[in-house]
Design a protein around this ligand. Structure first.
Ligand SMILES: NC(=O)c1ccc[n+]([C@@H]2O[C@H](COP(=O)([O-])OP(=O)(O)OC[C@H]3O[C@@H](n4cnc5c(N)ncnc54)[C@H](O)[C@@H]3O)[C@@H](O)[C@H]2O)c1
Length: 431
């Protein structure tokens, strides 16, 4: 009998995976311990904001059963995709609680010979540990374990899943290889079938490389500022080399979000503590990122004569990037916290993340009802997220303001800038 895919954990990764599989024609079940999340999904409502999510969810709702009931989840399924969170835990190691809880849930409820597919980002060697753990349980069903890391980026996660550039499959038997190639049959991305350890490593190396590019380009912008070079020309001159290229190479506040910060730290920690090797490039990447984020705030402080006490500052953007409402490890949060702790009166605005921002800042900031209201509230504006509404909007709305732009939104509209504009890598003074 043909069995169904069960997705365990429907956060950004689990839900995008589910929609991707439904789009490819699979019928599947999604299980989560978060009842509120499942209730929303049962009613066809996306539980968080992500571009295209609500629309694609509605398109494929008939192929996905959402449940928080274990019996219902396991009745007809025998391929379990684990998509639960793996946050940073004690001593910079990965908190694997949700992974092991998922394995235990599977072990207790499995009803057929099955396959566990680990999609969450996990330390190297996890697949082997899971195989060993399951062997020791002596279950009556045969259970294979595959590593299948996810590479989507929030904000574009649905398209990234459906049109994945590569599908990495880490497994040790021809049967598991065959099964996974079948599941991903309709996906056009190149399939890389390798060992579980290699699959686990591909995920960390990819994220660490991208994080390193972010730190490199931010360092480049800082040097431009120090020596008085024009960051736009320098970047153009550097990136026209096709070996370097422009993608993922734009100065900003640094990397944030729920993945890069923890993946760089946890991977660096694992290789150092288990293999005694210090990955200095990753260490520098982390260090540069942590020193970079508040540079524009310090510039603001200097421009205000060393104190921003009682100054009104509006922060535009709260999510860690545009097209998502996720504020986990958002650098906008670091900015707001810095401003508050230095006595500023802070107004905030975001297109989609206001509710999440309220959970963090409660009554310590003013919540603007619109972008225009946020801009009108203060003489100092800080741009923390590059929502299209900011980037493509009129620039005369910033007339007589001092704008600190952590996303370099207006560098290709320099001739329109008539206000004090401090960006990552330089300054344009009021005309
Ligand atoms: N978010 C990204 O952009 C991204 C991209 C690639 C890879 N990843 C990795 O994918 C994994 C998932 O990321 P995410 O952002 O979707 O995580 P998340 O924490 O936002 O969502 C995880 C979901 O799993 C649920 N859950 C937790 N324990 C559970 C259990 N025992 N049984 C069932 N459900 C459970 C939670 O309620 C939540 O809904 C992480 O390892 C992450 O590093 C994330």
């Amino acid at each position: 009998m043909q069995k169904k895919i069960l997705i365990i954990g429907v956060g950004p990764v689990g839900l995008s995976t589910a929609i991707g599989f439904a789009h490819a024609g699979h019928e599947l079940i999604c299980y989560d311990i978060d009842k509120e999340r499942i209730d929303a999904l049962k009613n066809g409502i996306a539980p968080f904001y992500e571009r295209d999510l609500q629309y694609t969810l509605s398109m494929h709702a008939d192929k996905i059963l959402f449940t928080d009931n274990l019996k219902e989840a396991f009745q007809d399924s025998n391929i379990f995709f684990i998509c639960v969170g793996t946050p940073i835990g004690h001593n910079n190691s990965v908190d694997m609680t949700a992974i092991w809880n998922s394995i235990d849930i599977i072990a207790k409820n499995v009803k057929h010979d099955s396959t566990i597919v680990i999609k969450s980002t996990v330390p190297i060697g996890t697949n082997k540990k899971v195989v060993h753990y399951i062997d020791k349980l002596g279950l009556k069903y045969k259970i294979g374990v595959v590593s299948n890391p996810e590479f989507l980026a929030q904000g574009t996660s649905i398209q990234d899943t459906i049109k994945a550039t590569r599908i990495v499959i880490g497994c040790n038997t021809p049967q598991l290889r065959e099964l996974m190639l079948n599941i991903y049959d309709k996906f056009s991305g190149e399939k890389i079938v390798t060992t579980p350890e290699s699959a686990e490593l591909i995920k960390y190396e990819s994220n660490c490389y991208l994080a390193m590019r972010v730190s490199f380009v931010n360092d480049l912008a800082h040097v431009c500022d120090l020596v008085g070079a024009d960051v736009t020309s320098v970047l153009k001159g550097v990136t026209l080399d096709p070996r370097i290229g422009t993608r993922y190479f734009e100065p900003g506040l640094g990397y944030g979000g729920s993945c890069f910060p923890k993946d760089t730290i946890c991977f660096h920690n694992q290789i150092q503590s288990e293999y005694g090797y210090e990955q200095e490039l990753i260490e520098a990447t982390i260090d540069i990122n942590s020193r970079h984020v508040l540079r524009l705030c310090r510039k603001m402080m200097d421009n205000c004569g060393g104190s921003i006490m009682n100054k009104k500052v509006s922060v535009l953007g709260m999510s860690f990037k545009k097209d998502t409402d996720d504020v986990r490890n958002s650098l906008a949060v670091n900015i707001v916290s810095y401003l508050i702790s230095n006595g500023a009166i802070v107004s905030v605005w975001d297109l989609k993340a206001m509710e999440n921002a309220k959970k963090i800042f409660q009554d310590s900031v003013i919540y603007a009802n619109s972008l225009d209201e946020a801009i009108a509230a203060s003489d100092i504006i800080f741009i923390a997220t590059d929502w299209n509404e900011i980037v493509d909007g009129p620039l005369d709305r910033f007339c007589n303001k001092s704008v600190y732009d952590g996303r370099n939104c207006f560098l290709n509209r320099k001739e329109e800038i008539t206000f004090n504009y401090y960006y990552v890598g330089g300054t344009i003074s009021e005309k």
